[in-house]
Design a protein around this ligand. Structure first.
Ligand code: ADP
Length: 493
């Protein structure tokens, strides 16, 4: 049987798992290409060659030739190298003057780099040029897919190049509208934005430039990462000032929920997990639970639910609500372990919580991917108290690892977890607990409800089994992206 000819797409983003990750964006960008293949689309990913990326790729994959070059890319030479790694077909933007930094992806010690406008305009520029003109290997995509503010200028640059229709169709995905890529209007010339585009109908935003807005205005299609978040984004409470722009794109705007890379997140074959388990053989999970309690130095005889939280520590994620509510879990014999990195203020909250409940609350401040896997494996409950959540991935990992999600009813959390109402418990569809509104009192209610469910073993085991059977893998959503791409690039013949 001959394989159907796949059309070609270029995805551009500032993160791509497993090479560069600060949050869910990386997981999505790294997983989608693997699943699009079966839906008729090959996808190459363009990302910056941050320090260590070229070495990691050379160690575990292949770094190929320079396939695109700009001798003066926002202050220095920029080269794009073809590469393959972990099943991904990559284009790595090697521009040391922009990306060879000592700190994190976006800044150091909690402060953004002062030249993030240039850094990500360069990424967007390279994406737009490759999308329109191809690489020196003769590869040219049929479509450009840009993610978040870091790539927002890419669809805009394509549009600025003129042509009707534009030289290549573009899709812009919002992973979190709170991050908008806002820079001074006086940077417009440097950012290669034509003077006549520095207005409200284009990139201008409250007297500044927003690269996210640029993408939202100029992409042919706009998506976000869940249907509920898509609806929420037209509401000022969630739109962070861009709700009007979203409303103006209503005809081209949709929500496609994220999935899980089930090759990476598989409790039966996860190298980070001590004792593998699966829906049909759950014994290993008890061993992983005991190991997790020991790893955090908690009491070994926890009889209530062991809740895990894996999160960036920011206002969005609502970890401060735990200060008010966690005692409900502890009083019911449960325990809590939190893995997080981010704002100092939330680290302090967590330290306070740990001191209040020594032996019952464990915290790890920092970013630790293997530990996150062990937490989803060993926990009973995945807690996600976010104030808003475009999609959320940790509740999906919770479903996959039988670590029942307890989530605020917002965005993708509302779309992916079936609340354990009396009806859903009776008809066997419940997969977790949702609470609303997101405040300390309703979180307390949710923790109490969870403890009740946990205490009834047959009910809990059914809930857990239904959670593990949830269709969280990417194939359904990849088909939706492919259908969206198809609408812009109809198949030949
Ligand atoms: P966001 O993208 O807003 O941070 P998501 O839930 O969509 O939230 O994705 C977060 C991703 O980052 C998940 O894969 C989660 O496991 C991971 N993650 C977040 N914080 C940490 C941490 N401190 N250590 C390891 N992984 C983390």
């Amino acid at each position: 049987m001959t394989r159907p000819v796949r059309r070609q797409s270029l995805s551009v983003a500032s993160e791509c798992a497993p090479l560069a990750k600060s949050g869910g964006l990386a997981d999505v960008v790294g997983a989608l290409p693997k699943y699009l293949d079966d839906a008729g689309w090959h996808q190459r990913v363009l990302l910056p060659a941050y320090p260590g990326v070229l070495d990691a790729v050379a160690g575990g994959g292949q770094v190929g030739d320079v396939v695109w070059e700009d001798p003066w890319l926002f202050g220095g030479r920029g080269r794009v190298r073809a590469a393959t790694y972990a099943g991904l077909d990559l284009l790595l933007l090697d521009a040391p003057h922009l990306f060879d930094r000592f700190g994190g992806l976006y800044g150091v010690n909690g402060r953004d780099y002062g030249d993030n406008d240039s850094r990500f305009a360069a990424l967007s520029w390279a994406a737009a040029m490759i999308a329109m003109n191809g690489t020196s290997e003769g590869w040219r995509p049929d479509l450009l897919h840009a993610h978040d503010w870091q790539a927002g200028l890419a669809p805009a640059y394509v549009k600025f190049a003129g042509g009707s229709p534009p030289p290549v169709p573009t899709v812009m995905t919002i992973h979190n509208i709170a991050f908008q890529g806002v820079f001074g209007l006086d940077q417009g010339g440097w950012l290669r934005i034509p003077l006549h585009e520095l207005n409200h109908a284009s990139v201008e935003y409250n007297g500044l430039i927003s690269t996210l807005k640029a993408g939202l205005v100029h992409a042919d299609k706009v998506t976000t990462v869940s249907p509920t978040y898509a609806r929420e984004l037209t509401d000022p409470q969630f739109g962070f000032g861009l709700e009007g722009v979203i409303a103006s794109r209503a005809a081209d705007f949709s929500g496609i929920v994220n999935g899980v890379d089930t090759q990476v997140w598989d409790p039966a074959a996860d190298p980070a997990v001590g004792t593998p388990f699966s829906a049909t053989s759950m014994a290993g999970k008890a061993a992983d639970r005991a190991a997790l309690l020991a790893e955090f130095g908690l009491d070994a005889d926890i009889e209530g639910p062991l809740a895990v939280v894996v999160t960036r520590l920011t206002w969005q994620k609502g970890v401060d609500l735990l200060l008010d509510a966690a005692h409900v879990l502890i009083e019911r014999g449960g325990a809590l372990v939190v893995l997080g990195a981010g704002d100092r203020e939330y680290e302090d909250y967590l330290h306070e919580l740990m001191w209040r409940h020594l032996g019952r609350v464990g915290i790890y401040i920092g970013y630790n991917e293997p530990l996150s896997h062990r937490m989803f494996a060993g926990g009973d409950v995945t807690l996600v108290p976010s104030r808003f959540e475009p999609c959320g991935l940790t509740q999906l990992y919770g479903l996959r690892y039988g670590t029942v999600p307890v989530v605020a009813s917002t965005g993708g959390l509302a779309d992916t977890v079936v609340h354990a109402s009396p009806e859903a418990l009776a008809d066997g569809t419940a997969t977790g607990v949702q609470f609303f509104p997101n405040n300390g009192d309703s979180l307390k209610w949710a923790l109490g409800h969870t403890a009740d469910l946990f205490a009834d073993r047959p009910v809990w085991e059914k809930l857990r089994a239904t959670a593990m059977a949830s269709p969280v893998d990417w194939s359904g959503s990849a088909r939706q992206y492919a259908a969206l791409y198809d609408s812009l690039v109809p198949a030949a013949g």
